[in-house]
Design a protein around this ligand. Structure first.
Ligand SMILES: C[S@@+](CC[C@H](N)C(=O)[O-])C[C@H]1O[C@@H](n2cnc3c(N)ncnc32)[C@H](O)[C@@H]1O
Length: 204
């Protein structure tokens, strides 16, 4: 069991800004894209009075989220592909995604996010930027293999979009988002070169 989230960790535990970058949340309609265990979505519904939809396409994660947080008011879990869900989504005040965007097709997803936002709605997302092997991010929109070290110790190869900050910003702009701020999140451990980027944007 993971501990309850007391803030949103956008990248690494207790590194970088937290929930406050989402702005005022009480009564806001929010979507968590690629919600995984549902910890962050539960935090926003429970601790900030938000109305939260959380979507993930993993049946195991979905069931786990339902088992743990299915009883919470103002929180709904959806087992669906992100793009399918966005195509029929409501007008959200805030959409956010913690490290899930790299698994999705960037152009299609960003365009679908814009369509699912209310006018002026915010989209906040974090992405992997540099891995421990120090391979630089890509300057073209291609997914590449990355090795994830799982909690059990085994390695898992996944395909992710690890793109430069400028490329993510350009893709967001092309989709109709204004990028308000880009934040670098580094590991507090100096010997760990892993680095993430957090983008604060809103529907232009
Ligand atoms: C790195 S995990 C992040 C999970 C969660 N946001 C967190 O921070 O703990 C990426 C998540 O994206 C989900 N995912 C990947 N592709 C997806 C898709 N096409 N549609 C919906 N969810 C997807 C995975 O099942 C996984 O739960």
């Amino acid at each position: 069991m993971l501990p309850e989230a007391e803030r949103i960790d956008w990248a690494l535990s207790k590194a970088g800004p937290g929930t406050e970058v989402l702005g005022s949340l009480a009564g806001a309609l929010i979507l968590d894209l690629g919600s995984g265990t549902g910890r962050q979505a539960a935090h926003l519904a429970r601790d900030h009075g938000a109305i939260v939809d959380a979507v993930d396409n993993s049946p195991a994660q979905h069931q786990r989220a339902l088992n743990t947080y299915g009883h919470l008011p103002r929180l709904r879990f959806h087992l669906a592909d992100a793009l399918d869900y966005l195509a029929s989504a409501d007008a959200y005040d805030v959409i956010y995604s913690v490290n899930s965007l790299p698994y999705l097709p960037p152009r299609e997803t960003l365009a679908a996010v814009v369509d699912a936002l209310a006018p002026g709605g915010r989209f906040v997302f974090s992405v992997l930027h540099t891995t421990t092997d120090l391979r630089p991010p890509s300057t073209s929109v291609v997914a590449r293999p990355e090795i994830l070290r799982l909690r059990g110790g085994e390695d898992l190869t996944v395909h992710m979009h690890v793109l430069t900050t400028q490329l993510w910003a350009d893709l967001a702009y092309e989709a109709g988002l204004q990028v308000d701020r880009t934040i670098t999140i580094e590991s507090p451990d100096d010997s760990n070169p892993v680095s993430y980027r957090l983008f604060l944007t809103h529907r232009a």
